[in-house]
Design a protein around this ligand. Sequence first.
Ligand SMILES: CC(C)(COP(=O)(O)OP(=O)(O)OC[C@H]1O[C@@H](n2cnc3c(N)ncnc32)[C@H](O)[C@@H]1OP(=O)(O)O)[C@@H](O)C(=O)NCCC(=O)NCCS
Length: 174
Amino acid sequence: VTELRTPRLRLGPLGDEHAGGSYLRWMNDPEVMRWLEARGRAYAADDLRDFIQAQNANPLVHLFGMFLNEDGRHIGNIKIGPVDAKHRRGDIGLLIGDRPSWGKGFAREAIAAIAEYGLGPLRLHKMTAGCYAGNEGSRRAFLAAGFVQEAVRRSHFWTGEAWDDEYLFARMAA
Ligand SMILES: CC(C)(COP(=O)(O)OP(=O)(O)OC[C@H]1O[C@@H](n2cnc3c(N)ncnc32)[C@H](O)[C@@H]1OP(=O)(O)O)[C@@H](O)C(=O)NCCC(=O)NCCS
């Protein structure tokens, strides 16, 4: 399995051993889950193990854990997929669950690395991503990682309190 390196991060494979501990805490932290579709339910280690196994078994999905080079700590996950092979598009999703690691540029760094992996070795033509308009950190991280905003879908999401727009981002092969 591939490993990607950035100045401060190693993006590496996830296995059963990652299904508990910090990842499980993130998935049950409403602040972390606020802008994710996976929010609003409780997670057990088995759920995460099943998720990791299913993603790893799907050749169209490329799931990585984000680990700090400094001390090896697992701070989040990022993935491409499922890839649309016909159109050579890959959608990126990510979660930095370790809240003290927010706002330090780790999302920008991980997004740029996985986008370059998709557009390079995976030979994709277009990387895509989407976020809630309210998720300012996500929007800025994608823009800082070389994505452009290509569309707004108005009132696309119900947050539980209000309607929110969806921003769609893209980064093309050079
Ligand atoms: C959203 C998320 C990915 C951002 O990660 P991050 O590592 O904090 O982002 P970065 O540090 O790379 O920040 C990118 C930019 O956004 C800004 N930013 C980060 N969090 C912010 C926030 N909550 N509000 C406003 N700006 C924020 C940073 O200052 C930086 O700005 P700059 O480009 O002008 O310097 C992370 O908070 C997260 O995973 N949250 C939980 C799950 C989630 O929302 N995932 C994304 C779903 S689309």
